[in-house]
Design a protein. Structure first.
Length: 64
């Protein structure tokens, strides 16, 4: 599931999940599940950003 998520989609899902938690209308069990989902989406976002950062850092500078 997480492999096919883009950064943007994972961020969108994270935002949706956090809004559900913030609204406070979830049962304790559902809130705990939502927190677990949010952690997964946050991890995906972090991984995608790390990959992008690494790509930027290793780019060779143009020859002058």
């Amino acid at each position: 599931m997480t492999e096919e998520l883009t950064y943007e989609k994972a961020l969108e899902k994270l935002d949706e999940t956090l809004k559900l938690i913030e609204e406070g209308d979830l049962s304790l069990e559902d809130a705990l599940k939502a927190v677990d989902e949010a952690r997964i989406y946050l991890k995906v976002c972090s991984e995608r950003l790390e990959v992008a950062r690494h790509k930027i850092e290793i780019r060779p500078e143009p020859a002058e």
